[in-house]
Design a protein around this ligand. Structure first.
Ligand code: FEO
Length: 395
């Protein structure tokens, strides 16, 4: 279904209400998503990005209702990932000679996935495409979040097409960010940043500063997922700047898994200790085997410290903790503290092993952690309380 944005630009994407998992099973998308494709009709007609592969035929059929495909003069693929390039094969069957503008890395990525030698035109930052009243300027944005990513700026309408940048996995009947429930919107924008862009924080900051220095007036930001920022788009730019600067709130997140509740009890005793010293700090307590990993990573991103606990099992730790530790490592977090804890019956390696993984993830280790034999008795309960108190004193 097409939706008109202004006299030149029409949204021709796909709202995916069903999407619950993204990147395989890496990202939980409980609120669905959208694949935003934009058709610009000026003296020349240009399509920016397509949609995810399963919707390719539907996309092309819908596009035909909006424009005679032979009148499309150019296709811009800002990023080769299949959620944006997925309908290319179907589309190019109809218009095989249409030039595809993308970065040099984009050409490699698209060729690598679709094995087609289409009419690629490589572009770099500052290259332009005159389409009539408007000129499109390309801005490379490597590693935000793939090497091939770029943004496109439409000068007269002052629109920044930002691909994954500033996006949200949020399906909506609306088109604009100001039309939806704001807590949902900002929550999803943060979740998106934490789970997709956090590892590239330094590059996000650098790219935003570069764009701000270009002094491009930006009236609207059109991302390739979720809602369009049309009222005060600088709000999301400022949020990205904040999130890219080793972001943290006054929050501690405690992530544990447990076999027979001993590690859970230790987690709760540590929390008791923390709260005896500081009642203002937000504490999130999460069982990693029961809660969603995308939510866990979002809470980790918001935290100034994380505590990770597991019982020792087969000389290691439980698999849900292993998965979360691997994902935390990938976030490349800076300026966050961490500590491990866990219960054991005999060998008791988990706390030490988790500490090592947290260190490898770049977190500042508060201390060697705590391990408790079997279940906490009255004396150990006090020790766990003290452990919590000492952690908060060190933050
Ligand atoms: Fe939305 Fe990186 O694809």
């Amino acid at each position: 279904m097409k939706k008109e944005i202004n006299k030149y630009v029409t949204w021709v994407g796909k709202t995916d209400w069903e999407l619950k998992k993204f990147h395989g099973d890496e990202f939980t998308t409980n609120k669905g998503s959208s694949y935003n494709s934009y058709l610009i009709q000026d003296e020349k007609n240009v399509l920016i990005d397509t949609v995810w592969l399963p919707y390719d035929k539907e996309f092309v059929e819908n596009l035909k209702q909006t424009i005679d495909l032979n009148k499309i003069d150019a296709i811009i693929i800002q990023h080769g990932e299949v959620d944006h390039s997925g309908a290319l094969v179907e589309l190019m069957k109809e218009i095989p000679n249409t030039p595809i503008y993308c970065t040099q890395n984009g050409i490699q990525s698209i060729k690598g996935q679709y094995h087609q030698d289409w009419n690629f035109i490589p572009v770099k930052t500052g290259d332009t495409l005159n389409i009539g009243k408007n000129t499109l300027t390309f801005i490379e944005a490597p590693m935000l979040h793939w090497p091939d990513t770029m943004f496109t700026y439409m000068n007269q309408e002052q629109i920044l097409f930002s691909n994954d940048g500033f996006g949200q996995h949020l399906a909506s009947e609306h088109l604009y960010a100001d039309e939806v429930e704001q807590e949902d919107l900002w929550g999803q924008a943060l979740t998106y940043y934490a789970n997709i862009l956090a590892p590239f924080g330094m590059l996000v900051k650098k790219k935003i500063k570069e764009i701000l220095e270009m002094n491009l007036p930006i009236k609207m930001i059109c991302p390739s997922h979720g809602l369009i920022w049309r009222k005060s788009p600088e709000q999301i730019i400022q949020k990205y700047l904040k999130w890219s600067e080793n972001y943290q709130e006054n929050q501690i997140t405690i992530i544990y898994d447990t076999m027979w509740n001993s590690t859970r009890k230790i987690a709760e005793l540590i929390v008791e200790g923390i709260q005896k010293i500081d009642k203002t700090v937000t504490i999130k307590i999460i069982n990693s085997s029961k809660d969603d990993k995308t939510e866990i990573l979002t809470q980790v991103f918001k935290s100034k410290a994380i505590l990770v606990g597991s019982p020792t099992v087969n000389n290691g730790y439980l698999y849900s903790i292993a998965g979360i530790l691997e994902m935390i490592k990938g976030m490349k977090l800076k300026d966050k503290k961490a500590v491990a804890f866990g219960s054991y019956g005999w060998s008791g390696e988990a706390t030490k092993l988790i500490t090592e993984e947290l260190r490898k993830a770049g977190l500042e280790i508060i201390n060697d952690g705590i391990k408790v034999l079997w279940t906490p008795n009255e004396e150990i309960k006090k020790i766990c309380n003290e452990f919590g108190k000492n952690i908060i004193k060190k933050l």
